[in-house]
Design a protein around this ligand. Structure first.
Ligand code: GAF
Length: 351
């Protein structure tokens, strides 16, 4: 049976910069969306996660999970190729809504599988383009390129320093010595996440328009003075976060993990106060961890408004701290957070 998988991702730093010509530093993880694709006489999709089978017309939009695989088919056809009817069985070890990019993993596993089955002459960067187009124009979230890029080009033991302006990238070794990255899932995903996401993107576009610049890469701090307070905050986040990514790469290369941790905290503060995409649950976890022995840094990861906190910690220390966090979090929010341990892994793969 032809099976294909694509991984989720953790973004070390560089949040909300990937649709702003910025830098990002994600790595692919050992949690995946897996698809089994068979030629068929109709479009039939099954999701184990939603325990549902749906038969659709070509390009039919339903406003639910089926829009991701159908969006990919639509995007491939927009590129001028024909996709014959297929039956797709989808399973996943990647939690949905945890900020680990299950949508891009689904898009890329389907795009990759269809490429292989129909022998389409599409390269890795075009697979990224297909996933992004499906999500932006079919699903309706105007995402950047980071998640799809990582799902295609991720590499075990490396993070990917991606310049989203040129789409050039380099692999940065993920040697964390006595430290590790772990995730704490808030177990919440607030409703407004996709509408606010699109709003932030529009605000960034508006900021550039007001200061008459094509890209944040050309913007100097003094250019921001003419912006209204909200647009100024958004732009400042993008500019500072970009600089943090480059500092983080240097810190990682020089094994300066305390510095890397500080950059994670700074990124969180900026996402909370300037970009305003955090939420009480994320802030609670970051605040709780800050200053604890063995914790070097923490920040929200992904689009925000829920999902997970990425923590840089001394190896295995989180298991000691988590029960107390769990207790306090439960008292405050009436639900339990979830500890998720991940390793870096390769991008898409045929199984
Ligand atoms: C989501 C998007 F899909 C990414 O493109 C990126 O913008 C991220 O939010 C925020 O950095 O995962």
């Amino acid at each position: 049976m032809p099976k294909f998988r694509a991984p989720g991702r953790v973004n070390i730093i560089g949040e909300h910069t990937d649709y702003n010509d910025g830098f990002v530093l994600p790595f692919a993880i050992d949690k995946y969306v897996e698809v089994d694709i068979q030629p068929s006489d109709r479009f039939e999709f099954h999701s184990d996660t939603f325990n549902e089978t749906v038969v659709l017309e070509r390009h039919q939009k339903l406003g639910k999970w089926t829009d991701y695989p159908m969006g990919v088919i639509w995007a491939i056809e927009q590129m001028g190729f024909k996709v014959e009817p297929v039956k797709i069985h989808i399973s996943s070890t990647l939690p949905i809504g945890s900020g680990l990019s299950s949508s891009a993993a689904l898009e890329i596993s389907v795009a990759y599988g269809l490429r292989e089955i129909f022998k389409l002459p599409i390269d890795g960067k075009q697979l990224v383009e297909i996933g992004v187009k499906a999500e932006r124009e079919f699903v309706g979230v105007r995402c950047g390129v980071m998640d799809q890029f990582t799902a295609v080009f991720g590499k075990k033991d490396y993070a990917l320093l991606l310049d989203t302006m040129t789409l050039s990238f380099e692999y940065v070794p993920l040697n964390l010595g006595d430290y590790e990255f772990v995730l704490i899932d808030t177990q919440v995903k607030h409703e407004l996440s996709s509408s606010e996401y699109n709003k932030r993107r529009a605000e960034c576009e508006q900021a550039l328009k007001v200061i008459s610049k094509k890209s944040f890469r050309e913007v100097k701090p003094e250019d921001l003075e003419i912006l209204d307070p909200i647009l100024k905050k958004r732009a400042k986040h993008v500019i500072d976060e970009n600089a943090r990514v480059l500092k983080a790469v240097k810190a990682l290369r020089e094994n300066r993990f305390y510095l890397l941790g500080e950059l994670l905290y700074e990124s969180h503060t900026s996402l909370r106060d300037l970009y305003e995409v955090s939420c009480d649950e994320l802030d609670f976890i970051v605040g709780f961890l800050k200053g604890k022995l063995g914790i070097l840094g923490a920040r929200m990861v992904g689009g925000g408004f829920g999902g997970s906190v990425l923590v840089l910690a001394r190896k295995n220390i989180i298991e000691w701290i988590f029960p107390e966090l769990d207790e306090h979090y439960f008292k405050t929010f009436g639900k339990h957070p979830k500890l998720i341990k991940v390793q870096s892994d390769d991008g898409m793969k045929a199984l």
